[in-house]
Every structure is written in structure tokens, then in C-alpha cells.
Ligand binder design. Structure first.
Ligand code: GLY
Length: 301
């Protein structure tokens, strides 16, 4: 927590980010922190800060979320997102949407104005229309870099160099506002060439995201099918609940992922006192947080 009494940490995915992509990742993380801090420093809520921080990352083609996401087997972008309020334990989640530019905004709308917690595909897009959130043409989410990567993946193996800079660039944010309220969110385009309709960990409560005012709030990144097996976000919150420090909860949750699934990933979290922490078992993770003195710490360096 900084001198202004709020906390913020954001991520843009854990994987082997090449040197040439580091500057873009850092720039995106910095912009996301600025958007979240603007909300929090004006007394805004943790939910508003998480939404604002993630919108910036969804609109940055560096990351695998929103525009610039990986294409599925059929050459379409299908997006997943979730946002969760630690006070009420209510989440809003959308999955496999193809006509939404900022799925985190749709997830927030679901959290605020529906008794449901998750909608998929056509139902989620109908909810968007009825809620006044505009639909885009699916082609607006596709960029040339990803179409090229998809074509090459279809010809051969899913080599990381086909996905320059963001092979696992799921994004997320966790905030604690000046009133002590916690929230977390996660947004992703999922894996390249995924089967149509495949949904990863990101929009699943407890897997890609969890937030409980009694303990803390978490956003995850990494191999979705593995993260689901260990319900990683809820595992981290449960460690905080039993008294683990923020750093220990982050580290032990990723160790659990590695030990039980032999897979890779990372997470960011904030405990109920406002301490941020991050851990990952990939070569690098793009993330950043606000230091105690109010400055930004942005990684990788
Ligand atoms: N962690 C993102 C996904 O697997 O879809």
C-alpha cells in the first residue's frame, strides 16, 4: 500500500518474453498502472481501477487480450474475461465472445446488473446488446501478425517465435482502494488454434481470478488447463486466509501448479492489508505495481 492508501498490481502474462518485446510489454504495463492509479487517486473503487487498468491492456496489441489476441482453430478471436468484487464475492464473467472489443467492460456490466455470474458466446453478446455495449465486427479484433502466426501454426508446430512477444499474454489487475475494498480481474484471448468454444482458466471463478475481502485478491496467467486443475487463484487466497504472507502465497501457489501439473504460469495478488506480490515459473512475466513511495515498478527490466 502506498502513502495514498491504495494498492495496484497488473500483469500482461507469464512466458519467455524475448528481449525485443520487453519495451512494448513495459510500456503497456506502465500505461495500465497509470489508468488504474488515476481512478484510485481520485477516490474511485477497486472495481473501477481494475476495469480501467485491464481496458488499457485489452487495447494494446502487445498482449493476448482484446484486439491482437490469438486466433482459434477456425481463424476467429474468442475472448474470455472476469472481474470479481471481494466484498460481495460476486463475479461477472464472459467467455467465447467474438464481437466485444473490451470483454472486461461486459464482465463488469454483468457483475453490476445481473443475478448471473457468467455468460458465454451468443448469450453474452445478447446481454451486451441489451445493456448498450456495442458489438464490433469479429474482423476488428484480428491483426495481421496473429493471422500470420495462425497460418504458420496450422502448417507446423506452435513455435513461440510465431507469437512474437506475447505467446501467453493474458492480462490482469488487482486493486485495493482507499476504503480497503479489494477487486481482481483477468482477460484473455486464450491459446492459439484452440478448439472453437474452448474456455481456459481466465474467466472461471477461483481459477484465473478470485477475490475475498477476508483474505486477498488474485489474477493468474499461464496454461489454462493446468491452472484449472489446481484452482490456482482460490488456492492463493486460501493460503492468505491461513496467514501466509503475500509473497509466500504467490510463491507457493505457483509451486503447487508446477508440482501437480508440471506446467508453467504466474500470478499477481494483493492481501487484505494491501501488500502486492507476484510470482511465476516462466523465464519472464510482464507485470508492475505501485511502490510504497508511489512510484511504478515495472518488469521485466
Ligand atoms: N490462461 C489463459 C488460457 O489458458 O486461456
Amino acid at each position: 500500500m502506498n502513502s495514498e492508501n491504495f494498492s495496484l498490481i497488473v500483469h500482461g502474462g507469464a512466458w519467455s518474453i524475448p528481449d525485443a518485446a520487453v519495451a512494448d510489454c513495459r510500456s503497456g504495463i506502465h500505461s495500465s498502472l497509470e489508468a488504474g492509479r488515476k481512478v484510485l487517486s481520485h477516490g474511485g473503487s477497486a472495481l473501477d481501477a481494475v476495469e480501467a487498468a485491464i481496458v488499457v491492456l485489452e487495447e494494446d496489441i502487445t498482449f493476448d487480450a482484446g484486439i491482437g489476441s490469438h486466433l482459434n482453430r477456425d481463424g476467429r478471436v474468442q475472448l474470455d474475461a472476469i472481474i470479481m468484487d471481494a466484498v460481495t464475492l460476486k463475479a461477472g464473467a464472459v467467455a467465447a465472445v467474438e464481437r466485444i472489443k473490451n470483454p472486461i467492460r461486459l464482465a463488469r456490466k454483468l457483475l453490476e446488473s445481473s443475478s448471473h455470474m457468467m455468460l458465454t458466446g451468443a448469450g453474452a453478446e445478447l446481454f451486451a446488446q441489451e445493456s448498450g455495449i456495442p458489438l464490433c465486427d469479429p474482423s476488428e479484433l484480428i491483426i495481421e501478425r496473429e493471422r500470420t502466426a495462425w497460418l504458420r501454426c496450422r502448417e507446423g508446430n506452435h513455435e513461440s517465435e510465431f507469437h512474437f512477444g506475447h505467446r501467453h499474454g493474458t492480462v490482469g489487475a488487482v486493486a485495493r482502494d482507499s476504503r480497503g475494498r479489494l477487486a481482481a480481474g483477468t482477460s484473455t484471448g486464450g491459446t492459439c488454434c484452440k478448439f472453437p468454444g474452448r474456455i481456459g482458466d481466465s474467466p472461471l471463478i477461483g481459477c484465473g481470478c478470485y477475490a475475498d475481502a477476508d483474505a486477498g485478491a488474485v489474477s493468474c496467467t499461464g496454461h489454462g488447463e493446468a491452472i484449472m486443475k489446481v484452482v490456482m487463484a482460490k488456492s492463493a487466497v486460501d493460503l492468505l486466509r491461513t496467514g501466509a504472507s503475500a509473497a509466500a502465497a504467490a510463491t507457493e501457489s505457483v509451486q503447487l501448479l508446477a508440482r501437480r501439473t508440471q506446467s508453467t504460469g504466474g500470478l499477481i495478488l494483493i492481501d487484505r492489508e494491501g501488500h502486492p506480490a507476484a510470482w511465476f515459473n516462466t523465464p519472464r512475466m510482464a507485470y508492475g505495481y505501485i511502490e510504497v513511495d508511489g512510484s511504478f515498478r515495472v518488469l521485466p527490466e
